[in-house]
Design a protein around this ligand. Structure first.
Ligand code: NAD
Ligand code: ZN
Length: 379
């Protein structure tokens, strides 16, 4: 089969690979009909995740048709059209039993923190992902769901991660009626977090980024106020000013580890010498929150040591909440919002490309070319 393959930082291509096989009676093989490229894939692409092996296939956002099921799979059969959450989990371990589906201990016994993720680093299980013609889906009775008839394929695809993660980010922010919410990052996760903040009762939603076309999208898609941080000496001072010097009630980090050190230096007025992987947005989030506020961290931070302003977070009495999103938990509510017309997740898709053009797709998304926000890959 054809599959995206990682060959080193900034080097991905499509190669011929062995077809995945049923390795366990709980497995299914899914023929991928649509996959997407995520900001999390960029951390891999940029080489920030140092535990990544060459030859690996990325892709944790995908939908497809069940091709084959293992002998003990009961809920799925060949021909079913499924959406697959980005997390792999058993559904029954200590953590899964508590709803912590992104922290399953059965799928990845060596990991101390996260459970397992399709097509991610080896710390997250080393499972091949869905930017390919076929993918192996472990615990096929647990994660995948048959796509409801009235949900469109590309909306379902956005629910396998970005949309559900943005929603989860807003949930973790503890938004109360009328709250001011600041979202750092106007990528798919930030855009969905901003939109979800309104659905949870926010009175004001502000999105911060440095890419104008993405800030445009934050205004039109998420109806947010926007700030381009390069236009200000200090974006934190600006956030204070616009909240009567109180700070924002809730702040969401939808950025994560940033690969581009030059951007980071610019962002801090070059006062600090910074390496890629530094938690600039997270520190801005901590600084922008009001005392007693909540910071919700959806951004992903790799194994690179990072200087987080933890003392400030303590002294301000902040609540810090974070996790890999257990996305399937959000699906029932998100289906409702889609059916009621409050959400149209596929509206953030800007590009659709064949699998064979995935190298160009990564380059475009990484370099923010052609107004790219979300790219769908069609094997
Ligand atoms: P993306 O790369 O498309 O978007 C990130 C945005 O942040 C970009 O528009 C970039 O210009 C902007 N940015 C960079 N530095 C910034 C700064 N200092 N302040 C404000 N904005 C800044 O990525 P995405 O797909 O939207 O994902 C966002 C983050 O969420 C990534 O770190 C990704 O790994 C993470 N993520 C987490 C989960 C989870 O379950 N927790 C799931 C999916 C994605
Ligand atoms: Zn993702």
């Amino acid at each position: 089969m054809r599959a995206m393959v990682y060959r080193g930082p900034y080097r991905v291509r499509v190669e011929e690979k062995d077809m995945p096989k049923i390795e366990h009676p709980n497995d299914a093989i899914v023929r991928v009909t649509r996959a997407a490229i995520c900001g999390s894939d960029l951390h891999l692409y940029h080489g920030i995740m140092t535990d990544l092996r060459v030859g690996h296939t990325f892709g944790h956002e995908f939908i497809g048709i069940v091709e084959q099921v293992g002998s003990s799979v009961q809920n799925l059969k060949r021909g079913d059209k499924v959406m697959v959450p980005f997390n792999i989990y058993c559904g029954s371990c200590f953590f899964c039993a508590r709803g912590l589906w992104s922290n399953c201990s059965n799928v990845n016994p060596n990991a101390t923190a996260v459970g397992a993720i399709y097509g991610y680093s080896h710390t997250t299980g080393g499972y091949d992902g869905g930017q390919a013609e076929y993918v192996r889906v472990p615990f096929a009775d647990v994660g995948p769901m048959i796509i409801p008839d009235d949900i469109e394929d590309e909306d379902a695809l956005m629910l396998t991660d970005a949309c559900s993660t943005g929603y989860f980010g807003a949930q973790l922010a503890d938004i109360e009626q009328g709250d001011t919410v600041v979202v750092f990052g106007a990528g798919p996760v930030g855009l969905f977090a901003a939109q979800s903040s309104w659905l949870m009762g926010a009175g004001r939603v502000i999105v911060v980024d440095h890419i104008d076309y993405r800030l445009d999208k934050a205004r039109t898609f998420a109806h947010a106020e926007t700030y381009n941080f390069v236009e200000y000496d200090d974006i934190v001072v600006e956030m204070k000013k616009t909240t009567d010097n109180v700070g924002a009630d809730r702040v969401i980090d939808a950025v994560g580890a940033e690969a581009d050190g030059s951007l980071l230096q610019h962002a801090t007025g070059a006062k600090l010498k910074l390496q890629g992987g530094s938690p600039i947005a997270l520190n801005w989030a901590i600084d922008s929150a009001r005392k007693g506020g909540t910071v919700s961290v959806m951004g992903v931070y790799g194994p690179v040591p990072s200087a987080i302003k933890f003392g400030d977070a303590v002294n301000k009495g902040l609540t810090l909440r974070m996790n890999q999103a257990p996305v399937k938990r959000q699906w029932p509510r998100l289906f409702e919002h889609i059916r009621n017309g409050y959400l149209k997740p596929s509206d953030i898709i800007t590009h659709r490309i064949p699998l064979d053009e995935i190298a160009e797709g990564y380059h475009m998304f990484s370099s923010k070319l052609d107004n790219c926000i979300k790219t769908v890959v069609i094997p």
